[in-house]
Every structure is written in structure tokens, then in C-alpha cells.
Design a binder for this molecule. Sequence first.
Ligand SMILES: [Zn+2]
Length: 225
Amino acid sequence: VTLPFLQKLEEKVGKSLSIKLNDNRSTILSVKWEPAKIKVSLHRLFLQAPQEVFEGLARYLRREEKKISIAVKKFINNNLEQQRPSKKIDSNKLSTKGVCYDLVEMYHSLNGEFFENRLQLFITWFGNPKSFNKTKITLGLYHDSLNLIKIHRLLDSSRFPKEVVRYVVYHEMLHHVCRPEVSLKTGRRKIHTLEFVEREKKYPQFLEIDQWLKNYYKNYFKGVC
Ligand SMILES: [Zn+2]
């Protein structure tokens, strides 16, 4: 940890701090108040925090404020926002045409229907439909730093209705649109925000599709699927 920062913060808080810096986007700030010292895990971006944010952080660590201040929350959200997309993707290396479903086709039709064709994302199949893990299954992923959606090859099958697959793609596209928020209570990053959940429900036949997926998961973990 950069010494001046730690010293400054320790002076401000008036208690011994043990600080761990991280680059982990899911834990931006976590604090454990112990009798002798305060254990803090902090995202690296706090090293560049303006005075207002620094003060807000110190007040929170001193437990003068139960919640993280608005200034701190804004700082976290704005900075994380600026950190995204930098890497480039070679679209030739993506696999989009499956046996059953064409991901690019689905993506384009969703982009037109729900996002006014504004999104510019990549999409690809991933994983092996035959050798997959029976204790954990991820049907779709969104890689923020790459603007890349990944859909598990397991879904490239007539066992999955087209509308279900399309919905999974829609869910991942929403991740690009509805930005994660940092919870005021816990300091943790929330990915499925209220806004996200509301927009998700607007998908046609959301309830039926959701139920279909829940049943699928249930059977999957029972080993029926
Ligand atoms: Zn999600």
C-alpha cells in the first residue's frame, strides 16, 4: 500500500488500519471493525480519490456514518464505468453459428426489438455440451471489459426452445445496459439491480420462460437433464 495514503487515512480515522488494496470489481470496499484495528479491503481506485471522497471514507471507517456517503458511492460508480472496454476482440475467432441456433441472428433481432440497434457487442458460443459440470452451470455470461456475451453450447439444442435461448441472450445484453451499482449498505457491487430486474420482466412471456428455466435447473441438478 502506498504509504502516504495509508498514513493520511490512519491519521484521519484515528485508529490503526490494516489495508489491503485490490483490483476486484465485486468487492470495492469491505470493512471489519476489530477492537485493536480496522481491517479494510479497498479497490485501488481509492488511491486517486478526491478529498470529499477521502473524508467520506474516513467518516465511514470512524463509524460516524452507518452508510457509505453518496460522494463515495458516486466516485466508485463513475470510476468503474471509465475502466471498461479497452481490449479488442478478433471477431473471426468467435463462434456464432450453432447446430440449432445462430447467435448473431438472435443478437441482431434483439438489438432492434429492445435496444434501437444501439448496442455494439460481440457474442459467441462457449463450453462443451458433452463434458460439463453437474454441480454448476452457467448458461450465459457477459464480459464487461470485452463487450462480449458468451452463451453455453448446451443451449444449442432443440431441447431448448428458441424463445428460451433468445431470452438468455437478452439477459446478457441487459448487463451491458443496466450498469452494476454499489450497495450503500454493504459496499458490494450489485449486478442484478432493481432496474435490471424490471427491464428483464418486460421480456415477452417472461414468466413462462423463467418457469421453464427454473424447472430445467431443478432437473439438471437432479441429473434428469
Ligand atoms: Zn445476470
